[in-house]
Each structure stands twice: as structure tokens, then as C-alpha cells.
Design a protein around this ligand. Structure first.
Ligand SMILES: C[S@@+](CC[C@H](N)C(=O)[O-])C[C@H]1O[C@@H](n2cnc3c(N)ncnc32)[C@H](O)[C@@H]1O
Length: 526
């Protein structure tokens, strides 16, 4: 990749050290505390960019809170004369990297502390803060630790970070207390915060507490960042309150200094826009970088039968009328008849529930039905006598009684939800272990091949996804911006398809890297 010319001998030494230290650790260990180094070219670009934003005579007080072997520090030494560096601090939790790094940089004036940065006592004296923080997802943060982090981050920055935020959000917030007024910060972080709910607090901080200067997002399709950086973002800000009518530079693709697309966006617009990855290509509502449910499930509305009273029969009615079971498919009753969110199957695959209903579902011609099943033929005649055949839906089918194809779905969701629902869960996701199909009071979720493969590998995955779906708050399901109050709400397949599904990524093993998801970069460091 570009970027800033030749590699110094010291940087070569550091790269060799980095490679040998990385090789002594397993991928899983490195994942656990987010140990993935910044490529030298990029580290250099970042440092150059930061220093260019300082007044020329100002001395540098540098901090890297997640030091590793010091890719940023190395770049600092390359671009800034020694006498201009008043101090350089680093934190590194892991002595495996910290100790050899301290040795590498000894006699350069670096003060490297082998400690957890999130416990450090800040003093506001840093004017260049550069960080590629550990990317540790929230579910790897232990509960007590999470609460402590939330508290400290709030004290340091005013940010009330959600429990779903990754460690990098806390690093960003905690660092606030280290910065001088007017100091500059550059953060190499995942783009995810720009679009998902937990990123809201970070975005408010960037708009209200500091002056957001520039967000550069790498193009996930850019091969030059193949292994480490896809879907990463560099966020630049100055620690000072923003001016009125502030504008922020958004760039995309290429490099920090030579982006492919660039655009200035008003902070007012940003305050209203929930998905910042739309910028800089704002008008084309670009597909967001983060995965949505549609990456994992094809979502379809249940069957519109044309007349549920006629086409859906109870088991008893089928028996009484002597109708042939083979032309019926089990179908779930309306959600109010489902006491539980899980439907188990009987031996024959039908749902093991009290209210047992079946959908008339056949592709047999009327002639054939007359010949083989006189009782069914008589039943169809009853329908015709009621004028069913002439109804819009029935009339537009090849066979007026033929139903759409809706195989049983392993998860179905209720289509209508009440805002005042006592459970606090207006929409219910039902784990359907039976062969029952659903009518249009439900949405059917069919696994895409991608997730189906993972489900084959891990039989517990489906259940985990189901339970995570049931924990999604209503406003996430309905989409940000749609106020969720009392009354009845409909959840359309498109809305459900667009629900951010980072929580499903959390359930997948790191090895589950698949084409689009890989581009998303969420696992790119794995
Ligand atoms: C993504 S790496 C970045 C390393 C280096 N600054 C670079 O850009 O190449 C993050 C580093 O932070 C360290 N780290 C993880 N958790 C930490 C913590 N709580 N406090 C300090 N360092 C931590 C990891 O061991 C790892 O070396």
C-alpha cells in the first residue's frame, strides 16, 4: 500500500519483531484481546496527518493507549524531530508485546506502561492521541468489567455507552480525559459504530463534545487492505467544542491522503442521520457496511390463503368431513393461540399444540379431485357456491384453491405487534420445530445457504439466534426513526430484512467468514 515512502531500519526491526511475536501466539489468543497491528504505511499516514494539524511550533505530547510493538510511535520518530517530541506514552496490557517493545524503543524517551489502559489515571496533557484500539466485542467483556467501563467512560467523556458496545468505544471515551484542549485524536476503528444503535452515544460525543474533523472509511472491496483493514475507519477530531454550523469531511476508498470520494457534510445533517456510512456517497443510499438479517434469512410474508375460514380447517373438521389428509399441510394457528414461543413437533411433523389446524394445499386438478376424493370435490363446490372462486386472490391463481409455496420455516415472527403489549415484546419470534407453514399473520424466516451451513455445523445456532431475536427491542425491529408507541404496528418483511444483524455475527465462530461478510470487515482481523 502507499504510503509514506521508505521504511526505516528501526521500522524494519519492529516489523520483524511484530512478526515473530505474532507467530508465537495463536489466532484465538490474538482475537481475544484484539492484537492486530497497523500496517506501517497506514501508521505513517495517520501520524503525518495528525502532526500536520498541530501548530508548527507546538511540541508533541503523544499517547498510544494500545501500543503493541509501536507502529505509530515508530512513525512518529520518522516524521517528527526528536526535539519536538516532549513526551511519548504508551500502554500495553500484554507483556508478550510490551516487554520486547520496551526493549526495542529503549533510549528513545518512550514511557511504556505495562497495564490495562482502562484502569489508568488520566491527566489532560496529550495533544496527539493515536490509537488502533483492541477490537473486543461486548460479549467478551465480563459483566462486572462492563459496568466499571461504562462508569469510567461516562466520567471521562460524558458518553453513556450501551452494554452492546465493544471495548474500542470505551477506549475512545476514556481517552478524552487525557487530551489537552485543542489536542488532536486519530482513531482507527471499525465502521460499525456509524450505523448501529450502540454507536449512537459515540456519534453524539463526536458531534457535541469535540470537533469532528474527518472520517475516512476504507473501501471494503479495496484489495490493498485485504487482510487487516477492510471496513475500518479513521476518525479524526480535535478536543474542543464544535463551532456553530460545523461541517465534517467524509471520505471513502483510496487512502487517507488520496481518497476516492470526498464530501463535506453539515453536522446538522449528521445529527439527524442514523447511518453515517451513507456518507460521503450520500445520495445513493449506499448499502450499509454492517450485516442485516437479510444476509442470514430470506424473509417472506406467510400465505394469503384467500379465505382462512374455508382453506384452513381443524383436524376434527377434516375427519368429520372425511377429507383426505394428504392434501393438507399443518399450519400454525394465530399467535394468540400459541402459549409458548417454541412449537415442538409430533412424530408426524405436525405441531404439538392444542389448536391443530391444516391448510388445504394441493396442486391436483379439479378433475382429479373429483375422481379420487369425492368428499373434497364436494367441499370445493361449497366454496364455489360462496363465490370464493371469483375473489381476487383465488381468481388470479392457476388453480383457484392452489396456495403459494411456503415451506415450513424454522423461525417465524408475528406480523402485528402491540405497543402496549404486557410482555414488552410486541413482536414474537417462534421457534418452529414442526412442519407447519404459516398464514400472513406471520413472517417466515428461511436461512440463507450461508447460515444454513453454519447451522449444520452447530446445531445449537438456530436456538441461539431465535433467543437473540426475541431480545431485540421494538425500535430496532421497526427501524430507527420510526417512533414506537402504543397501538398496533406492522412489521413488513423489508423492515425485518433491514434489521442490523451484528448480533448474529457475534454467534458465529470466527472461521465463519463468507464472501460479503468478509468484506464487512467485522471478522477481517480474525
Ligand atoms: C489493535 S492492537 C494495536 C497495536 C499497535 N498500536 C498497532 O497499531 O499496531 C491493540 C493492542 O492493544 C493491546 N491491549 C488490549 N487490551 C488492552 C488494554 N486494556 N490496555 C492496554 N492495551 C491493551 C493489545 O495487546 C494489542 O497489542
Amino acid at each position: 500500500m502507499s504510503m509514506s515512502g521508505t521504511v526505516t531500519a528501526k521500522e524494519q526491526e519492529r516489523l520483524a519483531l511484530q512478526a515473530s511475536l505474532d507467530a508465537e501466539k495463536s489466532q484465538a489468543e490474538r482475537n481475544r484481546i484484539g492484537q492486530f497491528a497497523t500496517p506501517s504505511g497506514l501508521a505513517e499516514d495517520i501520524v503525518r496527518y495528525a502532526v500536520a494539524r498541530l501548530p508548527p511550533a507546538e511540541k508533541v505530547h503523544f499517547l498510544d493507549p494500545a501500543f503493541g510493538t509501536g507502529s505509530f510511535y515508530s512513525a512518529l520518530l520518522k516524521f517528527v524531530p526528536k526535539k519536538r517530541i516532549a513526551e511519548a506514552l504508551g500502554f500495553e496490557i500484554d507483556p508478550h508485546y510490551g516487554k520486547p517493545a520496551a526493549k526495542l524503543w529503549k533510549d528513545t524517551g518512550l514511557v511504556l506502561t505495562f497495564a490495562d489502559f482502562t484502569n489508568a489515571e488520566p491527566t489532560p496533557h496529550i495533544n496527539v492521541l493515536i490509537c488502533n484500539p483492541p477490537y473486543v466485542r461486548h460479549h467478551h467483556l465480563h459483566n462486572g468489567n462492563k459496568t466499571r467501563l461504562q462508569l469510567r467512560t461516562q466520567q471521562a467523556s460524558g458518553m453513556k455507552i450501551s452494554g452492546l458496545a465493544g471495548l474500542y468505544c470505551h477506549f475512545l471515551g476514556l481517552s478524552h480525559a487525557w487530551m489537552t484542549e485543542g489536542g488532536i485524536a486519530g482513531w482507527l476503528i471499525p465502521s460499525e459504530f456509524m450505523d448501529v444503535n450502540y454507536g449512537h452515544a459515540v456519534k453524539r460525543y463526536l458531534l457535541d463534545r469535540v470537533t469532528l474533523l474527518h472520517i475516512h472509511r476504507f473501501d471494503p472491496n479495496d484489495v490493498q487492505f485485504a487482510d487487516a483493514l477492510v471496513s475500518s475507519t479513521i476518525v479524526w477530531f480535535r478536543n474542543t467544542r464544535p463551532p456553530a454550523d460545523h461541517e465534517v469531511k467524509f471520505t471513502f476508498g483510496g487512502t487517507l491522503f488520496e481518497p476516492r470520494v470526498s464530501r463535506v457534510i453539515s453536522a446538522h445533517v449528521l445529527a439527524r442521520e442514523p447511518k453515517w456510512t451513507r456518507f460521503p456517497i450520500a445520495d445513493v443510499r449506499s448499502r450499509s457496511d454492517i450485516p442485516t438479517l437479510s444476509d442470514f434469512f430470506r424473509i417472506k410474508r406467510g400465505i394469503a390463503t384467500g379465505d382462512n375460514n374455508f382453506f384452513i380447517l381443524s383436524e376434527k373438521e377434516i375427519l368429520t368431513r372425511g377429507l383426505p389428509m394428504e392434501v393438507f399441510t399443518p399450519i400454525l394457528p394465530s399467535p394468540r393461540y400459541l402459549a409458548h414461543d417454541e412449537v415442538k413437533a409430533r412424530k408426524d411433523g405436525s405441531p404439538d399444540i392444542d389448536r391443530r389446524l391444516f391448510l388445504l394445499n394441493t396442486k391436483l386438478s379439479e378433475e382429479e379431485i373429483h375422481r379420487r376424493f369425492p368428499a373434497l370435490a364436494a367441499y370445493l363446490e361449497e366454496g364455489k357456491a360462496k363465490g370464493l372462486q371469483e375473489r381476487y386472490l383465488c381468481k388470479h391463481r392457476t388453480l383457484w384453491y392452489g396456495q403459494e409455496d411456503r415451506p415450513p420455516a424454522p423461525i417465524v415472527c408475528t406480523y402485528l405487534g402491540r405497543g402496549d403489549s404486557k410482555s414488552g415484546r410486541p413482536f414474537r419470534f417462534i421457534l418452529n420445530g414442526s412442519h407447519a407453514t404459516v398464514a400472513n399473520v406471520y413472517l417466515a424466516l428461511y436461512p440463507t445457504p450461508l447460515i444454513a451451513r453454519e447451522m449444520d455445523r452447530d446445531p445449537s445456532l438456530l436456538r441461539k439466534i431465535w433467543s437473540a431475536l426475541n431480545k431485540l427491542p421494538a425500535d430496532v425491529l421497526l427501524g430507527e426513526g420510526r417512533v414506537y408507541g402504543g397501538g398496533l404496528h406492522k412489521l413488513e418483511p423489508r423492515e425485518l430484512s433491514n434489521v442490523p444483524a451484528v448480533f448474529i455475527m457475534d454467534l458465529l465462530p470466527h472461521t465463519a467468514v463468507v464472501p460479503r461478510i468478509k468484506q464487512l470487515g467485522l471478522f477481517a482481523k480474525a
